[in-house]
Ligand binder design. Structure first.
Ligand SMILES: Nc1ncnc2c1ncn2[C@@H]1O[C@H](COP(=O)(O)OP(=O)(O)OP(=O)(O)O)[C@@H](O)[C@H]1O
Ligand SMILES: [Mg+2]
Length: 253
């Protein structure tokens, strides 16, 4: 339930130019996949959108409101962006149980206890990990922790959900289950989602429900060749260039 527009975003780490003139529009309710090889800047893009990193150039608008204007040194804090991020590294609080990890953000929002309990139960149920509600992260497998991280993000019911390779640590069957759960969540809630993966098969299989409206924005380094899609772009041969080409895919069901 948010439209996001990135315009002319540049991000440097020291002298390394990681994001180069990124222009990206994610329509309200879209489920957008960011696909690209390791190190191409996918996580950095999510961190810039979420406010954990400040770009050196460019603007970002959320629902028409300017949240970043680098030229004017305007960077809205993450808490004002109505979004949540599933980190690639889970980022669970080790000293809190699963319930406490999820409740933490909800309590900051001052939600009533009944509502907090309902959301925790719903989110854990979706991720099929309700039985672990009183365990600590160290008592869970990597895949279970990954699902807690997703549950924590969806429990906050953000307008924009950013997910950084959220299923990377799951076995094949669970990945299929979780994909359909995320798809169902997207359909039910209309939450705008940005989903990072470097797995082309996952990216192509994920969004069949609204295939006609999904766009891919791909970034290829010079060592990566587009294999499964033919993008109309003039910049495919340039190293480290975020492609702004768009193509609508007839995705497999
Ligand atoms: N805090 C940082 N300081 C310096 N360089 C960084 C920092 N974070 C990331 N980078 C560099 O920026 C580039 C992009 O990193 P990023 O984490 O966005 O890649 P990615 O596409 O998410 O890769 P992966 O698929 O491996 O997660 C990499 O070359 C990385 O080494
Ligand atoms: Mg990454």
């Amino acid at each position: 339930m948010s439209k996001i527009e990135l315009k002319h975003i540049d991000k440097f780490y020291g002298k390394n130019h990681i994001l180069k003139d990124v222009n990206l529009t994610i329509e309200d309710g879209d489920f957008m996949t960011l696909l690209g090889p390791s190190g191409c800047g996918k996580t950095t893009t999510l961190r810039v959108v979420s406010g954990l990193e400040k770009p050196q150039n460019g603007t970002i608008h959320m629902d028409g409101k300017e949240i970043v204007n680098a030229a004017e040194a305007h960077f809205a804090p993450p808490s004002e962006r109505d979004l949540n991020l599933v980190f690639q590294s889970y980022a669970l609080w080790p000293h809190m149980t699963v319930r406490e990890n999820i409740a933490f953000g909800l309590n900051i929002q001052k939600l009533p206890k009944d509502e907090v309990d309902r959301r925790i139960k719903d989110a854990l149920g979706r991720m099929q990990i309700g039985q672990y509600v009183d365990r600590y992260p160290s008592e869970l497998s990597g895949g279970q922790q990954q699902r807690v991280a997703i549950a924590r993000a969806i429990a906050s019911e953000p307008h924009l959900l950013l997910m950084d390779e959220p299923l990377s640590n799951l076995d094949a069957k669970l990945r299929v289950d979780m994909r359909s759960e995320l798809k169902r969540l997207h359909t039910e809630t209309g939450t705008t989602m940005i989903y990072v993966t470097h797995d082309q098969v996952e990216a192509r299989s994920r969004f069949s429900a609204k295939a006609s409206s999904f766009r891919w924005h791909l970034r290829w380094s010079c060592t990566t060749t587009p294999q499964t899609c033919t993008l109309r772009t003039s910049s495919a041969t340039r190293a480290s260039t975020l492609l702004t080409a768009r193509q609508r895919f007839p995705l497999p069901v």
